[in-house]
Design a protein around this ligand. Structure first.
Ligand code: PLP
Length: 346
């Protein structure tokens, strides 16, 4: 089966085999080594200086990392501006409100680009999704950073880390949340926050399990406050080595772009239009209007019988779009066969 949903992804054989490494207790030195290797490799993906930045590993899905970032890194009585133009931005607003964080929610329609004039001018921190997986929109973080010169950014990079450009300095990023099982090609179970060390020193403690300061202290000491998903670490370790050996995020982006352009061109030839223009879309996932007379379930089931899993639209888009992600161990031929199968049903 080829997974064209936005994570979990189709695994490479190397990552799949990593799951079979030997049993390991998370209180043994071999675990410490594994954890430190992954933390260093995560910083290396974007050449971040370990003196200034740190990667903190969590056991949980991408949302755990987003929730840890927002609940830990907004100071007590701090005010957070949340920009939302899809499900994941709205989820960040809900998380902040649930923790009682003072939140200015700049709500947008789901196909809208971010309107920087709606940003709260008083907020010192802005939470924004880089790649809004709801629609495939790649939000313009530089525009947000330029419009709010006093603010620092907290980024949901769950579906972009490892495949899109991230301008850590230019965008005044204080932290981002990411996950093992999207553009990094690991398995679900491990997520992470990459943050400036100086920012973590000022954390607020609103939760026990997701408190980043607790994790950082333990992980810097080679330990972990709670049991980690050891097998998911094995997979992420292998996946990060594979990413580095295949040319890093830049080459991965080129690969995704090539596959996605083939998808867009192939579907356009069948009269299937994308939801957003190419220039506003990520390389990772794009959304497409369902052809008239073809419901999502029929398309999904037909493709699944042929060995492909696609993804439905959410909320207001549930009946009108379908989504295709090109993450994971996919090659050009997978896309050609996919297009051939769609041609046969349309
Ligand atoms: C996948 C995703 C998440 C996290 O979803 P989980 O199901 O918790 O892994 C968060 N933000 C974005 C933009 C995503 O695409």
């Amino acid at each position: 089966m080829k997974l064209l949903n936005p994570g979990p992804v189709t695994l490479s054989e190397r990552v799949r085999h990593a799951l079979l490494r030997e049993d390991l207790c998370h209180r043994e030195p071999e675990f410490t080594e594994l954890q430190q290797r992954i933390r260093a490799a995560l910083l290396n993906v974007y050449d971040l200086d370990p003196a200034e930045w740190t990667a903190i590993l969590l056991t949980g899905s991408g949302t755990a990392a987003v929730e840890a970032m927002l609940s830990s890194l907004v100071p007590t009585n701090g005010r957070l501006a949340v920009v939302a133009n899809g499900v994941y931005g709205e989820r960040m607003a809900r998380i902040a409100e649930t923790y009682g964080i003072g939140t200015a929610h700049a709500a947008h329609g789901w196909t809208e680009a971010i309107d920087v004039s709606r940003l709260d001018a008083d907020a010192r921190q802005i939470a924004v999704v880089q790649h809004e997986t709801t629609t495939g929109r790649l939000n313009d973080l530089n525009a947000v950073a330029t419009a709010a010169l006093d603010a620092r950014l907290l980024i949901d990079a769950v579906s972009s880390f490892g495949a899109e450009a991230i301008d850590f300095e230019g965008c005044r990023i204080d932290a981002l949340a990411g996950t093992a099982n999207k553009c990094l090609h690991g398995v679900p179970g491990t997520s992470f926050v990459i943050a400036r060390r100086a920012v973590i020193e000022r954390t607020a403690a609103r939760t026990v399990y997701l408190n980043l300061a607790t994790y950082l202290t333990a992980q810097d000491a080679g330990s972990t406050p709670f049991t980690q998903s050891v097998q998911s670490f094995y997979a992420l370790d292998a996946a990060l080595a594979e990413l580095a050996e295949t040319g890093g995020w830049q080459r991965r982006r080129e690969h995704y772009r090539r596959l996605m352009h083939r998808v867009r061109d192939g579907l356009a030839a069948l009269g299937i239009e994308p939801l957003l223009p190419d220039g506003e879309s990520s390389c990772v996932l794009n959304a497409f209007h369902l052809p008239k007379d073809l419901g999502y379930a029929a398309l999904h089931d037909h493709l699944k019988r042929a060995g492909y899993v696609i993804y439905a639209g959410q909320g207001e888009f549930a009946q009108s779009i379908f989504r295709i992600a090109v993450m994971g161990a996919l090659v050009d031929d997978d896309i050609e066969r996919l297009l051939g199968t769609i041609r046969s049903i349309v």
